[in-house]
Design a protein. Structure first.
Length: 54
């Protein structure tokens, strides 16, 4: 008889992926870098790769 059940991964540490926001301290350098990159004008970069999918 065929079974349509998925096998359980008992070695999985998390049911859902953890949030990096929960792991990094408030004043971590990574948060600063993300804020700076969010302010950059990436239009020329997007235009250079537009429609090519890589």
């Amino acid at each position: 008889m065929r079974s349509d059940f998925l096998s359980a991964d008992r070695d999985s540490l998390y049911l859902l992926l953890p949030s990096v926001q929960d792991w990094l301290p408030v004043n971590h350098l990574a948060r600063f870098v993300v804020d700076i990159v969010a302010q950059l004008d990436l239009t020329p970069l997007r235009d250079a790769y537009a429609g090519r999918g890589y």
